[in-house]
Design a protein around this ligand. Structure first.
Ligand SMILES: [Zn+2]
Length: 382
């Protein structure tokens, strides 16, 4: 029996020495008292428990961070913590001493847990405050540099035209880039033998489908699907087999269509005149030259005096003082009928501009290919 007690005391000694090297003298004395009675064991355990409490309380109060505080919990109160290991020695005490010492351990544990919770709250508060201070937005610092893109001149011109005509009731419609031969040609009164249907001029997808050569199919779709009166704009990509300094295989158009009762060339002239003044600035002369398009009757090319030289003659207008800006006319009654409208009741006018051409005139650009070459030195000027 004595031998077992001695072994237990030895184990206890090793544990305590491990945790508290400054208590070596005390514990060494204790381990030498192997033959002391159980009261001596009791006082040694009580002393050690009180030492552990003092040390733990001091360390908990001073714990510099939540993480280090948590480590202290493991070190003292955890299953393998020094207090728990010391508690195992309770079993070695006489039954008379056990309840008192057990109560002492419980009290110590409670006090340490209270100290732990208190320090935990303090640390949490200060850590939150530190994070707030650290992450506070300093409005005086320069912001991050962002490389922003800018709108392409083609987009700028489309937006401006849509905005100007939007003010007098026009709204945008869109359609597919691959169109049926019927919507692109037949419905628009373009006959089978018309040169624009030639393979040299049009990209054919198959026998019945083409890359649209103008945005006019959108007008066809509008007339077929929406009840008049209507004022619509159809901006977008168009495609033709063509490529030189003034022609590109892919370019952009915007067309306007008005369908109403009693529409005349005077209405068309008024609309174009308003648009030219708003787009190029006031004071330019406008001129309608008779022309021919299968889908309008009568038809007219629209000219205005050159916005660059104001009519005096320059390279852009080839010294003529005039610039051609687009085509126009009253909607051919055959087209109205093709699209299901009664030409006796409804009339209309239509006009179309090349977007790149409008940009060329407005910004005095001399090569249409610049719009699609993506040269930033060119694009950054807009
Ligand atoms: Zn000019």
């Amino acid at each position: 029996m004595k031998c077992r007690v001695g072994a237990a005391v030895d184990t206890f000694h090793n544990l305590v020495v491990l945790v508290f090297t400054d208590k070596i003298i005390h514990n060494t004395r204790m381990s030498n008292d192997k033959n002391d009675n159980k009261n001596a064991d009791k006082s040694a355990i009580v002393q050690s428990a009180q030492d552990i409490e003092a040390q733990a309380a001091a360390e908990i109060t001073k714990a510099p961070s939540s993480r280090e505080l948590y480590d202290l919990k493991t070190k003292y109160l955890g299953k393998q913590g020094s207090l728990s290991l010391l508690m195992r020695e309770l079993g070695k005490l006489g039954s008379a001493d056990r309840p008192g010492v057990g109560q002492l351990f419980n009290d110590i544990k409670k006090r340490l847990e209270v100290a732990y919770a208190q320090r935990e709250n303090e640390l949490k508060a200060s850590e939150i405050n530190a994070a707030i201070a650290r992450e506070r937005l300093d409005l005086t610092l320069p912001g991050p540099h962002l490389d922003l893109g800018a709108a392409h001149p083609v987009s700028i011109v489309i937006r401006e035209i849509v905005e100007i005509l939007g003010r007098i009731g026009y709204s945008v419609r869109q359609g597919p880039l691959i169109e049926t031969d019927r919507n692109n040609f037949t419905a628009l009164n373009i006959p089978e033998d018309h040169p624009s249907r030639d393979l040299q001029d049009t990209f054919y997808i198959d026998d019945r489908h083409v890359l649209r050569t103008h945005t006019s199919p959108v007008q066809v779709r509008t007339m077929e699907n929406e009840k008049p009166p209507r004022r619509v704009l159809a901006p977008g990509s168009v495609f033709r087999c063509d490529s030189d300094a003034s022609h590109a295989p892919h370019f952009h158009q915007i067309e306007g269509l008005l369908i109403d009762r009693k529409v005349s060339m005077a209405d068309l002239r008024g609309t174009i005149s308003y648009f030219v003044d708003e787009f190029f600035g006031p004071g330019l002369k406008k001129r309608f030259r008779p022309s021919f398009f299968p889908f309008t009757e009568p038809s007219a090319e629209v000219d205005c005096s050159c916005p660059i030289c104001r009519g005096n003659g320059c390279r852009l207008c080839k010294q003529s003082g005039w610039i051609e800006i687009g085509g126009s006319g009253l909607v051919n009654p055959k087209v109205l009928a093709n699209c299901g409208l009664d030409p006796e009741e409804w009339q209309g006018f239509a006009f179309g501009f090349g977007i790149e051409r409008m940009a060329i005139i407005k910004y005095a650009i001399d090569d249409i290919r610049l719009f699609s070459e993506n040269d930033l030195r060119f694009l950054r000027q807009f």
